[in-house]
Design a protein around this ligand. Sequence first.
Ligand SMILES: N[C@@H](CCC(=O)N[C@@H](CS)C(=O)NCC(=O)O)C(=O)O
Length: 216
Amino acid sequence: MIKLYSYFRSSSSYRVRIALNLKNIDYEIVPVHLVKGEQHTKEFTALNAANKIPVLDHDGLRVAQSVAIIEYLDSEFKTDPLYPTKRQDLALTRQLCEIINSDIQPLQNFAVLKKLVQDHGFSEDEKVKWIRHWIHLGFQSYEAIVSKTAGDFSMGDRPTAADCFLIPQIFNAERFELDMEPFPTIQKINRSATKHPAFVKAHPSNQPDTPAIPSK
Ligand SMILES: N[C@@H](CCC(=O)N[C@@H](CS)C(=O)NCC(=O)O)C(=O)O
């Protein structure tokens, strides 16, 4: 039995939802409302002392950090592998995952943005410019790679772990109205994902905790 502690709009949870769907693994979503601060309750801290989602629970074995979760799922469930076997392709897939996971997401995660506004006087406008800046830089390096490797998805025509990371980051980029024109290959991959059931099912608008009218 697999449970995923998730928030509809959390990009790191969205990555894992895509991976689970691509591998056709059944799971149950346990919603954690980040804006209400449910990641800081005593019960949740016992699950993950970092007070962050996603957390995967597989028959009582708990894993946090989306990279670790996706690698765990791929090694436990052999169907529909998310990582290529060819050495060069595997290295590039991991490099793409890290561009999103390390160069972009930590700079625009919920706690960082809250701190910029509350403790460093960022206005809403400055906050949005900050978010766009880091996504733009990360997408530049992502585009440089996938312009050479992509078919329908980042590494050829089949989705890999790299796409589990990219697509949620595009959702955030669109939410903050980043100019996507400099990234034609990333846009093409996004169009493929909008037609793929595993990505559609994982989308923030299709979650059990999606509010009727999501706030900005
Ligand atoms: N590196 C972590 C990042 C996890 C993360 O930043 N989660 C965010 C949501 S996307 C979170 O739970 N934030 C709670 C908070 O900032 O208070 C991963 O890949 O799982």
